[in-house]
Design a protein around this ligand. Structure first.
Ligand code: DP6
Length: 316
């Protein structure tokens, strides 16, 4: 019998940007995310008698990363049969969001279900972490916190049980002409920045403030802290001692200045960016259309899409 699970992607408001253990994907900081309703991965696993296989959006795809991940799961769940993994990504590349978070969360949940393991979400979270760190947070709806932990058992995410609030995220995709540096490689470089230890200290304080802002549904404070955290993460890339780099393009900077102009006009808007040039603007559901319009009036070719808080893992 095949088993199917759907996971939504998430955007980090307090970032994971560095590993203290690369084999286990243990992060150097705890992180906080918002799960997004618009973007998700639906994955079905079916046993086969030959070898692990992967199909993404109908196309046979190199299964090495998935095969390695499934072998990790085999160490924990027992030596199960090879699986055919059929994954449909509703994370359009045009949205500029990484799909690894939703992909590894959905795969972990579908595999555990297929093997009749009824595992708590925290266990699924720590298993998925081994595939991609950000996947640990995609099991929960709304806001999640990933505790950095000190070992494989203590590093997992859980729900922040936050009140409902009209938060929105406007995703602005800019053309990505620059050569990409993947997250794992970007982190490897960033930790060589002389400012890295300061960033760790600051991140720990921001985490406490962010939790409080979320419990108070203070979207303005959530945005302000998230923007500060993200921009200082990107400063680490520029100041890395080994292979300094930036994900920013000219359009990235133009969008950042539009966001700051919007704030001067009294509109709640704050920016955050991940491992790429695309900007995600934290705002309210009421102001999202205004933010979209302001972006498109200066950059008409921009692709914009608004998301809000999404749900946790879903089984068919
Ligand atoms: C900037 O989870 O993609 O989006 O664990 O190496 O697969 P790996 O990295 P990944 O990194 C995400 C980095 C980030 C910040 C975040 O999501 O916390």
């Amino acid at each position: 019998m095949p088993s199917t699970a759907t996971a939504h992607t998430n955007i980090a408001l307090i970032k994971y940007w560095g590993k203290k253990n690369t084999r286990l994907n243990l992060p150097t900081t705890s992180s906080i995310s918002l799960t997004l309703d618009q973007f998700y991965t639906k994955t079905t696993v079916t046993p086969n008698s030959q070898a692990d296989q992967l199909f993404i959006n109908g196309n046979a795809t190199d299964a090495t990363r998935v095969h390695n991940f499934l072998n990790n799961l085999r160490q924990y769940l027992g030596d199960f049969e090879p699986l055919t993994v059929t994954s449909n990504n509703h994370v359009p590349t045009s949205a500029g969001l990484a799909s690894s978070a939703s992909a590894f969360a959905a795969l972990t949940a579908a595999t555990a279900r297929e093997l009749n393991f009824n595992l708590p979400l925290t266990t699924l979270s720590r298993l998925a972490r081994r595939g991609s760190g950000s996947a640990s947070r995609s099991f929960y709806g709304h806001f999640a916190i990933w505790h950095e932990g000190i070992d494989d058992t203590s590093s997992f995410a859980e729900s922040l049980n936050a009140p409902a609030m009209p938060i929105a995220l406007v995703v602005a995709e800019v053309s990505d002409a620059a050569k990409k540096v993947g997250s794992t490689e970007g982190m490897r470089r960033a930790v060589t920045s002389p400012d890295y230890q300061d960033w760790l200290r600051e991140s720990a304080k921001q985490l406490v403030d962010m939790k409080q802002a979320i419990q108070h549904s203070d979207i303005e404070k959530i945005g302000a802290i998230a923007e500060k955290n993200a921009l200082s993460m990107h400063a680490l890339n520029l100041t890395a001692r080994q292979k300094p780099f930036t994900y920013f393009t000219c359009d990235t900077q133009r969008i950042l200045s539009i966001v700051s102009d919007l704030r001067h006009q009294g509109i709640l808007a704050f920016a955050t960016l991940d491992a790429g040039p695309n900007v995600k603007i934290i705002t309210t559901l009421d102001s999202a259309k205004l933010v979209e319009a302001a972006l498109l009036s200066e950059l008409p070719a921009l692709h914009v899409q608004t998301a809000t808080s999404g749900s946790g893992i879903i089984y068919d």
